[in-house]
Ligand binder design. Structure first.
Ligand SMILES: Nc1ncnc2c1ncn2[C@@H]1O[C@H](COP(=O)(O)OP(=O)(O)O)[C@@H](O)[C@H]1O
Ligand SMILES: [Mg+2]
Length: 396
């Protein structure tokens, strides 16, 4: 019997289309002698569909006719139930379409890469590839992520963060703090968006206010960072788990211009940010050996301290003026699953997918060795019931 892998993709995210491409690349790379692949497409409205027609990117031009060829499905949020059910029950026979062994989430951005979907999978108890809830949520939030990295001695640019309501109440003191700690130019970002939406640079106070007002449309949490004006961007993928991982060769995404091209990038829609295969890149990046080694080390450290799992991509910024290196962000479900970096590191795409499955199964086995202490019925011990909710057990 082949192991049944469900690849989940699409989703309620600004990076929905990129996810469709990444997932299709991944599904085609999976070794079909060993595995059976079940595509599960999550629509922009949040409904789940499966069907062979989902395995061809060309079909997504007309989603209505695509979905007409598919079946709407769901899983029950019940621990241990790995079945995929059809929404429309057949007149005769079962509504169980198949039973899954492993899930590979290829959902970029919100409602996927942020831990929410991973939480569903944990509730069900099914093994899945990639980061768990904690690492996904921490990796998605640019504020929490930078706090953890900073506390771990990993270099990040200076930043100030606040909520939209704080800004409304104490704008003047926040501006003073930003000007003192960061100065201009600064870069303003909504904390938890997966694409470049809402990001902008500010060269003076007026622009800072405008940029923050813009970012407030997208998120309740906002981060203002020191802007590295002459930067070189370098990315590195990491594969494994936080106790045992390897790093890939480095890529340098090539942009059309320098600083001014940011605006183009931000206005240019959701593409580009995820490093899809189509965008220009130099692999391996042309850097001195010592810098390459340092960047690979920092990428691994970032993966480790955030307790990551599976395949991530860590994006760095080098300041060309002084060669300082900063970790900018981690993508816990990177575009194309960073397969092109692994190919350049002598790990073919099918082997990458194989490793993700093995890692998922290993994590499940490891979890099974941990003691779960809720087997005992505390009520059966007596005492607790008599005292009602104020009894001796009611202290938590
Ligand atoms: N502190 C910074 N200084 C200079 N450029 C930056 C800085 N932070 C981000 N950028 C630029 O903005 C782009 C998008 O920012 P990033 O934090 O990666 O957000 P996203 O999640 O949208 O990819 C980066 O790829 C980089 O080109
Ligand atoms: Mg980025």
């Amino acid at each position: 019997m082949k192991t049944k892998i469900a690849v989940f993709f699409g989703g309620r995210s600004t990076e929905h289309e990129i996810s469709v491409i990444s997932a299709n690349q991944a599904m085609h790379a999976i070794n079909k002698d060993k595995y059976e692949v079940i595509p599960v497409y999550i629509t922009k409205q949040g409904k789940w569909y499966t069907g062979d027609a989902l395995m061809d990117v060309a079909n997504y031009r007309d989603t209505k006719s695509l979905l007409a060829k598919c079946r709407e499905v769901y899983m029950r949020p019940v621990y241990g139930d790995y079945k995929l059910y059809t929404v429309k029950k057949p007149l005769f026979g079962s509504d169980v379409l198949t039973e899954l062994d492993v899930v590979i989430p290829v959902l970029h951005g919100s409602n996927g890469e942020d831990g929410t979907f991973e939480g569903i999978l944990d509730s069900i108890g099914i093994p899945y590839a990639g980061c768990g809830v904690l690492a996904s949520a921490n990796g998605m939030d640019k504020i929490t992520m930078k706090m953890i990295l900073q506390a771990s001695g990993i270099p990040v640019v200076d930043y100030v963060w606040f909520t939209d309501k704080q800004w409304a109440k104490q704008k003047d003191s926040l501006i003073a703090e930003i000007e003192e700690k960061i100065g201009y130019p600064a870069i303003v970002k909504p904390a938890n968006l997966g694409s470049s939406v809402g990001i902008g640079r500010a060269t003076d106070r007026q622009q800072l206010i405008e940029r923050v007002e813009d970012a407030r449309h997208y998120s309740t949490r906002i981060i203002v960072e020191h802007m590295v004006e002459h930067l070189q961007e370098i990315n590195c993928s990491v594969l494994g788990d936080c106790d045992d991982y390897i790093t890939s060769v480095l890529e340098e995404p090539i942009k059309s211009g320098e600083i001014l091209s940011y605006e183009d990038k931000y206005m240019g829609g959701s593409k580009g940010a995820k490093g899809m295969q189509a965008s220009q890149k130099r692999i391996p990046a042309d850097l001195p050996d010592a810098e390459t080694a340092r960047i690979r080390f920092l990428a691994g450290e970032t993966f480790r301290v955030l307790s990551c799992h599976g395949v991530s991509r860590v994006d760095m910024i080098i300041d060309r003026d002084n060669r300082n290196i900063y970790v900018n962000e981690i993508n816990t479900i990177p575009g194309s699953l960073s397969f092109y970096l692994w190919e350049a590191t002598d790990i073919p795409f099918d082997v990458l997918m194989d490793r993700l499955v093995s890692l998922a199964l290993k994590r499940k086995r490891d979890a099974a060795t941990k003691t779960v202490s809720y087997d005992q019925n505390i009520f059966s011990l007596g005492g607790g019931v008599k005292g009602g909710t104020k009894g001796k057990f009611g202290t938590k």
